[in-house]
Design a protein around this ligand. Structure first.
Ligand SMILES: [Zn+2]
Ligand SMILES: [Zn+2]
Length: 805
């Protein structure tokens, strides 16, 4: 879409707005390129590839021009006096535009073989070694400033149109000069960030004699086309042939040469020696608007919060002007037309503006189209587009206004590597164009790694295929797994299939079972939350708690906080609420209505709470529980209302939690005693005489039911937290057997998928003792099974069969 005509026009508009505000300028940009890959490398990439190589260094003779102001007392100087400067990169010498000396460094004029040389006093012994020389005079660096010298190559110095040409090929003072080499530094602004900065500061001419592919330009005469650096397939340690050729061409302008070991950056991809290369570029003056950007950034809410002053804030503090032009083909174009004679510029904000001035209508702003558009300048010259295209970050930074969205946007989210990219460029453009921040809230995610903690790699196949994962576990399980993970707090996540499986089982399967149960028993009962039943009141309180936490999480853009409590809720809902409530649905009285109304209410509400995190399943549940006049989809329904905290936060939550913990302890105790739950016991003692629940019959009944005991007492006089009376009386045994029979019949009904209305006949095989008990209670069982037909025979073990009538 960034390649749509409208989108591209928006970027033209933005460019012109920035241009009008004086926030666009053209300058040179220093970068490292690999001449073999013909790409630019980032600072990080450059730092990775330093290697020691043997370089060819040389000391060059720069001939002093005319009679310099410092020459009054010297003899013969006009004819043959030279500055000596040293370089480890002879290939840069055609780009030389100045020499630099240290202001307070001592220099000497030395006579050697009928010629005069100027160099730092400190360096004489090294440069002249055992040669015979005579010191004629001494100077300070500042005495030499302003003197002119003859360029080693005159092709650029002769060009009267070269910008700042009058400032070139002179001696300047620079504070970075030290007594190294000859104490005089060769300055070539096209090759190195320091030199370029110095060139800008002194308004020096800019000379680029090398092409992007690392060969000399045509104007270099016999050197034209020569490769600068050894390619990777050549020996990288070899002394460079371009340097050798350069020194050969320079002939007697070379004073001496040497091959020192030298640390030099190489391409990390292909090992080719890099070029430090400057090219012309268009910039957005970010530093000029930095105070504004820092101010607007204060308004952004970040999740996690530390990004604000950390990763993003620090990056913004150090923000530099943004180079927005590239020398590529397939990208949006820079809308600047410039006269080839008088250099006058036109900037266009749209195709219409271009048409008004040029008379040419275009429907596409790509390079191949708009580069054809030229028109006459008043001076008689030709207006042509500057050849560059826009950086792709200019495209993505333009998203807010190019897609006509409100600025600032409410919310954006992306991975942490975008803090210095997409987030940053949007913020810069929104600030520069509208004086605003680009977005109000931003969620920064981490990176999803393979299970082994390594980067996911197609080659290593160290991660499962996402499509297969979706097929196997569903998109909701994948989505919930991610949202529930540290990745939403800008931390990295080691992706684990087991984790997704667990989410699918814990959340989706369990809730699906609850829904199936509801489907089985549902009637026309409407959603209602007013039931007085203890389990209903509890699950509604839990739901209120869930809504509160989830709402707070989403409102603060803390997605994990918003989604995490769902798992516990679903657990409570299925493992406790539904299991404890099961029997209520089978009854025919008012409690069934309450249970159904509550179950429908909870399912209906939770579908809305789940909608952002499990959208498909949420929709499924919503459709099964929605009422006639409600929105068609859960994604059109409103977020559940917040219940005031005291309402749900009443003691029911803590009381239920104590109840469940007692149940768990008592059941563990049964396992320790080896007594099955279906065998009723007479007494459970609980060691907490002041328990909150000791007078709450509803909760005590829950415990009695769940633990299958007749009585509960609270006391402080036992050793363990709970204690069961393990004595099984005849009466208890009888009850246990009847219970077992009833359970077995229920299980059979379920296995045969019978509905409650189905009538059955029952056949029982039982050992003698059990048989007696069953026969004794036949009347009771006939009523329980709502049948007239129970057949009991002797058998080895208790075996129960049913048949649908
Ligand atoms: Zn390379
Ligand atoms: Zn013109």
């Amino acid at each position: 879409r960034t390649m749509d005509f409208e989108y591209m026009q928006s970027e033209w508009w933005a460019f012109k707005e920035l241009y009008k505000k004086g926030l666009i300028y053209e300058d040179y940009r220093s970068l490292h390129i690999c001449p073999r890959c013909e790409t630019t490398l980032s600072q990080g990439e450059v730092a990775e590839g330093y290697k020691d190589i043997k370089d060819l260094s040389a000391t060059l003779k720069f001939k002093v021009k005319g009679t310099p102001h410092f020459a009054e007392a010297s003899r013969g100087m006009q004819e043959n006096t030279y500055f000596l400067a040293w370089t480890t990169t002879p290939w840069t010498l055609p780009g030389n535009v100045a020499l630099a000396v240290g202001e307070k460094i001592k220099y000497v004029l030395v006579e050697f073989e009928n010629k005069n040389y100027i160099l730092a006093e400190e360096r004489i012994n090294d440069v002249f070694r055992d040669k015979e020389y005579k010191i004629i005079r001494e100077y300070l660096g500042r005495d030499l400033v302003g003197s002119e010298y003859e360029p080693l190559f005159d092709v650029y110095a002769k060009d009267e149109n070269l910008k700042n040409v009058k400032n070139g090929w002179k001696v300047y003072v620079a504070d970075f000069v030290i007594e190294d080499g000859t104490g005089i530094v060769h300055i070539a602004p096209a090759f190195g960030a320091d030199d370029m900065a110095f060139g800008k500061q002194k308004n020096l001419p800019f000379v680029q004699h090398v092409k992007m592919d690392g060969t000399f330009k045509e104007e270099m005469g016999e050197l034209a086309g020569l490769d600068l650096k050894p390619r990777a397939d050549e020996k990288p340690e070899s002394v460079r042939k371009a340097d050798i050729e350069m020194l050969r061409v320079l002939g007697d302008k070379v004073f001496s040469k040497n091959s020192p070991l030298h640390s030099y950056p190489h391409c990390w991809r292909c090992d080719t020696a890099l070029l430090n290369y400057a090219t012309s570029s268009w910039f957005v003056a970010v530093e000029k608007i930095k105070p504004l950007l820092l101010k607007t950034a204060k308004k952004i809410n970040w999740s996690p919060a530390h990004i604000k002053e950390g990763r993003f804030g620090q990056w913004l503090l150090g923000a530099r002007d943004w180079s927005i032009s590239r020398q590529r083909f397939w990208a949006n174009t820079i809308p600047v037309w410039r006269c080839d004679k008088c250099k006058k510029e036109f900037v266009f904000a749209s195709a219409d503006e271009l048409e008004k001035t040029s008379g040419v209508k275009v429907n596409d702003l790509h390079k191949d189209v708009v580069d054809q558009v030229t028109f006459d300048c008043k001076c008689g010259g030709k207006m042509k587009r500057v050849p560059d295209v826009l950086d792709t970050w200019f495209d993505s930074g333009s998203v807010p206004f190019a897609t006509k969205r409100p600025i600032p946007a409410d919310f954006i989210g992306e991975a942490q590597d975008q803090t210095r990219a997409w987030f940053y460029y949007q913020h810069v453009l929104a600030g520069a164009l509208f004086g605003k921040e680009a977005f109000k809230n931003c969620i920064v995610t981490g990176i999803v790694l393979a299970e082994d903690g390594k980067k996911m790699s197609k080659k290593l196949k160290n991660y499962p295929d996402p499509t297969e994962m979706m097929e196997k576990y569903g998109a909701d399980a994948m989505r919930f797994y991610m949202l529930n993970s540290p990745v939403v707090q800008a931390d990295n996540l080691s992706f684990s299939e087991k984790g997704v499986d667990e989410i699918a089982k814990k959340n989706i399967s369990r809730l699906y079972n609850v829904l199936s149960f509801y489907e089985l028993y549902k009637d026309d009962t409407l959603v209602n939350s007013k039931s007085k039943n203890i389990l209903d009141r509890w699950i509604i309180a839990r739901l209120g708690e869930l809504i509160a936490t989830s709402t707070e999480g989403y409102e603060n853009y803390k997605v994990d906080v918003a989604v995490r409590p769902l798992t516990d809720f679903i657990d409570d809902f299925s493992v406790w609420y539904l299991r404890r409530s099961r029997d209520r649905f089978k009854e025919q009285d008012g409690d069934k209505k309450d249970a159904l109304a509550t179950l429908r209410y909870v399912l209906h509400t939770i579908s809305r709470v789940m909608a952002p995190s499990m959208p498909f399943f949420a929709e499924y549940i919503f459709q099964k529980t929605r009422e006639i006049d409600e929105p068609e989809s859960v994604h059109l329904a409103s977020w559940p209302d917040l219940v005031k905290k005291p309402l749900f936060g009443s003691d029911i939550l803590t009381k239920m939690s104590e109840t469940r913990s007692i149940v768990n302890l008592a059941l563990a105790e049964r396992i320790a005693l080896g007594i099955k739950v279906k065998q009723p016991l007479s007494l459970l003692k609980i060691r907490n005489s002041k328990s909150e629940i000791r007078n709450d019959d509803e909760l005590l009944n829950l415990i009695k039911d769940e633990v299958n005991v007749k009585e509960i007492i609270f006391t402080d006089k036992i050793g363990k937290e709970v204690e069961l009376d393990a004595n099984i009386t005849e009466e208890l045994r009888e009850e246990g057997i009847l219970r077992e029979v009833i359970r077995a019949v229920q299980a059979e009904r379920k296995a045969q998928k019978l509905i409650p209305q189905d009538k059955i006949s029952v056949r029982i095989l039982a050992p003698e003792k059990e048989k007696l008990i069953i026969e004794k209670n036949k009347e009771f069982l006939l009523k329980e099974f709502r049948t007239t037909d129970i057949l009991v025979k002797s058998g080895e073990t208790l075996l129960i069969k049913i048949d649908k009538k």
